[in-house]
Design a protein around this ligand. Structure first.
Ligand SMILES: NC(=O)c1ccc[n+]([C@@H]2O[C@H](COP(=O)([O-])OP(=O)(O)OC[C@H]3O[C@@H](n4cnc5c(N)ncnc54)[C@H](O)[C@@H]3O)[C@@H](O)[C@H]2O)c1
Ligand SMILES: O=C(O)C(=O)C[C@]1(C(=O)O)C=C[C@@H](O)C=C1
Length: 298
């Protein structure tokens, strides 16, 4: 495995994920310099302090101009605006990659917005947490986790290999997948669970606010509520974009989920003990097939 070496890496959105990859690039000396591009100077200063970037620029065009590797690590709906702002000043042969939780149309749109001489490689590390911002980042965030690359017929094989090795150096287990299949699968294992967690928290707030003021979610709950809803504390901005960019899959998955909720509701309402147990047995069996990951890995 040949270690990649970049002259200049530009990270657009130096948050939890972009910042963590920046720490890895710097620690492993995979780039002469790592430049941050972002919205808030305060955050970019923190990114320098925690070792995620060497410096930051206020003009994104200046940051990507000299870069041979550009990483998009902002909420996915911002990609188009970013690419339109600076795609024309990318150098020929530069690699543009991302970490977005959605692929499908997002990959097609991103490829279309780049000059033909620039090489796009879609990537999605399946690791993260409910916290946002570079201060929550770490060099070990991706180790032992999967990272899905989503090559298309337009993907340059050499660029794909460079991005593959980069994620392997981050400690990830890298696999390739069609971008649209990615969205069906991640819709199921990641996006629907987030829908369920968000809706569960708003449902409980509704119960408290409309008829049960004594309900104190923090002090009356045990591990059950905390285990099922940790991810409801995730970034609303990021998840809004994920749901909308994977809209058709997410809506279809919610409908399936509603069917199962409806069936469980019906079984409980009619007092069908055997029916309830059968549904829970199936759920328990499926849950037990989820092999545990090392602590801190998602
Ligand atoms: N959090 C996770 O678990 C996780 C896991 C894998 C992939 N992702 C993907 O990674 C990307 C970043 O998520 P994150 O968890 O690092 O979030 P984050 O909020 O920690 O970081 C996002 C960064 O982008 C910046 N940003 C937001 N909008 C911007 C804009 N318009 N212009 C410039 N900068 C902007 C924010 O200020 C922040 O620094 C998202 O696309 C998300 O889908 C997240
Ligand atoms: O562990 C968490 O908090 C996560 O939500 C991480 C998680 C997920 O597993 O769904 C969230 C979004 C990503 O795109 C990848 C990973």
């Amino acid at each position: 495995m040949m270690k990649p070496h970049f002259k200049q890496v530009a990270i657009v959105g130096v948050g939890l994920i972009g910042g963590s990859l920046g720490m890895i690039l710097r620690r492993q000396k995979l780039a002469d310099s790592v430049v941050g591009i972002g919205r808030r100077v305060e955050n970019l200063k923190t990114a320098v302090e925690v070792g995620a970037i060497d410096r930051y620029v206020s003009d994104p065009r200046e940051g990507v101009e000299g870069a041979d590797f550009v990483l998009l690590a902002t909420p996915v709906d911002t990609y188009e605006r970013h690419l339109r702002e600076w795609a024309d000043c990318l150098q020929p042969g530069a690699i543009v990659s991302d970490v977005g939780s959605v692929k499908g149309d997002l990959v097609t749109r991103s490829e279309a917005l780049l000059p033909p001489s620039v090489r796009f490689v879609g990537a999605h590390p399946i690791a993260g947490k409910e916290k946002t911002g570079v201060a929550a980042g770490s060099e070990t965030l991706f180790s032992g986790a999967r990272c899905i690359l989503t090559p298309t017929s337009k993907t340059d094989p050499e660029a794909l290999q460079t991005v593959r090795v980069l994620w392997e150096l981050a400690g990830s287990i890298v696999l390739d997948m069609d971008p649209f299949l990615h969205d069906k699968i991640l819709g199921a294992v990641s996006h629907l669970p987030h829908v369920a967690a968000f809706a569960l928290m708003t449902a409980l707030a509704d119960v408290r606010d409309h008829g049960l003021p004594e309900l104190d979610l923090a002090s009356h709950s045990g591990g059950g509520l905390r285990d099922t809803t940790r991810i409801a504390a995730s970034s609303p901005e990021m998840w809004r974009d994920i749901f909308l960019w994977n809209r058709d899959n997410v809506v279809a998955l919610i409908e399936t989920y509603e069917r199962h909720l409806g069936e469980l509701k019906r079984l409980i309402a009619v007092g069908d003990a055997a029916g309830i147990e059968k549904q829970l047995d199936k759920a328990k069996h499926e849950r037990e097939q989820l092999t545990p990951r090392a602590p801190g890995k998602s």
